[in-house]
Ligand binder design. Sequence first.
Ligand code: HEC
Length: 124
Amino acid sequence: MIVIRMGLNSIAVAVLLLAATASYASEADEVVIGDVARGQDVYNGTCVACHGENGKGELPGIPDLTQADGPLSKSDDVLLQNMIEGVAKEDAFIEMPPMGGNPDLSEQDIAHVLSYMRDTFGQQ
Ligand code: HEC
């Protein structure tokens, strides 16, 4: 009987831990839990056409992601929102489309790609 009760308690603890991890990962806080390798796949599949392999931008109007005071100096919150919803400067002739123009991407994919960009283009 004691063994069964301990088992149930362990399951309850495991469920609580899972719930805590899930809510932490979905909160767009300063530290985004993304997977760099998966982010690289997303980047090369969707973002590279505009932002370029080196992150410096392939076309006029695309910001240089490698600049220390460039877009990646903004907080994760702001960047996630701008990537998910899209962003454009006034009178921009090219804009950042929502999800980079790929509706198949999830918000988790966007978190992965942010980790990839910080890892690859960031000035840590
Ligand atoms: C059609 C071209 C295009 C594609 C595709 C594209 N972007 Fe962008 N992106 C832009 C432009 C243009 C801007 C600058 C927007 C502005 O501030 O005017 C931008 C800005 C950004 C910024 C900076 C946002 C900020 O707040 O300053 C990030 C980060 C970014 N893009 C990430 C991505 C990611 C990740 C993808 C792929 C999922 C992607 N982009 C796909 C054109 C593109």
